[in-house]
Design a protein around this ligand. Structure first.
Ligand code: BDR
Ligand code: CA
Length: 338
């Protein structure tokens, strides 16, 4: 199977990304699960990850804890979006697992040294840990097989400021260091930015389908038209916990005027880490604005060579969301059923 380092700020959509990867054991082996501050503080992210691993009956995986916050900026978190503990209304049982002695950055470096050229890195949170890892090992971009990032927004409104996307906005300095360093990578990192991930809309009928595949008692109060909220009644624990998490996210999106749905940014990035063929890409040179009074944290893509610098991003620009959801729900549903 494909070896992975997975770096997350779990997070409701990070949770489903993790479930998907654990459900993909035939194809993917998580060598390090790194925890970064973002949606919620690092300690809470760590707790959430340990608990999800238990819920999923995952094998022993190195869980490495990152720093308390960004390289330079003060930490901002978003409990409004992801719930007080980062996983919506889900209340997962406490885990007995322990964390690694290595920091997240050290774990990244150790893993790429152990398996040079073999690991795909997936980051679905701020890029703090990876930036620190590159400071420790400047050759890291050449030692990774490929990097996949959920982050940034190009020619599309932001979700944190008018032009910035959350994962980059939380730690713009880290994002810039990573994009700069990865101009030396074997392949330009795959970048899943908001313009595409906001087309990946999970609706109640998707959750019902997941429950059905898992052989779980159906979700209560689900209407055919998706207009009525979902209530957690699933008999399958994994489906129930996920439903409890995602309905918080759907309520958040509804309160934003986007409808009763939830954008599956991070699961989409996870799917591209295993199946890049789910999207089409455009190469570009990406940099991050650090100083703008209005635009700090904004990603800028040079597609016409103005800067005279090599491409450091393969921006995912087109996909078929239905095909993606079929793949995701089948895989996670069957895993939950097992
Ligand atoms: C990103 O921000 C986080 O809140 C989500 O988990 C996702 O990684 C989307 O901008
Ligand atoms: Ca995330």
């Amino acid at each position: 199977p494909q070896k992975l380092i997975v770096d997350v700020d779990t997070g409701i959509d990070d949770s489903l990304a993790l479930l998907y990867l654990l459900a993909s054991a035939d194809e993917a082996e998580i060598t390090v699960l790194a925890c970064t501050a973002g949606n919620v503080p690092t300690a809470q992210v760590t707790e959430n990850n340990l608990r999800w691993l238990d819920v999923c009956g995952a094998p022993l995986i190195e869980v490495a804890v990152g720093t308390d916050g960004p390289l330079v900026a003060p930490l901002m978190t978003t409990e409004d979006t992801h719930g007080p503990h980062g996983i919506g209304y889900a209340e997962l049982p406490p885990s007995t697992r322990t964390v690694s002695d290595r920091t997240a950055a050290q774990a990244w470096v150790a893993a790429v040294h152990q398996y040079p050229g073999e690991i795909t890195g997936l980051v679905t949170g701020p890029l703090t840990n990876l930036a620190l890892a590159v400071r420790l090992e400047p050759d890291l971009p050449k030692l990774l097989r490929r990097l996949v990032i959920m982050g940034g927004s190009f020619d599309h409104p932001g979700n944190t400021t008018p032009t910035s996307e959350w994962n980059v906005a939380v730690d713009p300095e880290a994002a810039k260091e990573v994009f700069d360093a990865f101009s030396e990578a074997l392949h330009p990192p795959i970048v899943c930015a908001l313009g595409l991930t906001e087309t990946i809309e999970m609706k109640p009928h998707h959750v019902a389908r997941l429950a059905e595949i898992a052989g779980s008692r159906p979700i209560e109060t689900l209407s055919e038209t998706d207009e009525v909220g979902i209530r957690s009644a699933a008999s399958n624990p994994m489906v129930r916990y996920f439903t409890d998490a995602v309905r918080f996210y759907m309520e958040f999106h509804q309160a934003q005027g986007e409808g009763y749905l939830a954008h599956m940014h991070d699961p989409f990035a996870a799917a591209l880490a295993l199946h890049p063929e789910f999207a089409e890409y455009e190469e570009a040179t990406v940099d991050v604005e650090l100083d703008g009074t209005l635009t700090r944290g904004t990603t800028v893509a040079d597609r016409r060579g103005f800067w005279g610098r090599p491409p450091n991003a393969a921006i995912a620009v087109r996909t078929d969301p239905d095909a993606f959801f079929d793949h995701l729900l089948e895989r996670v549903g069957r895993f939950a059923a097992a």
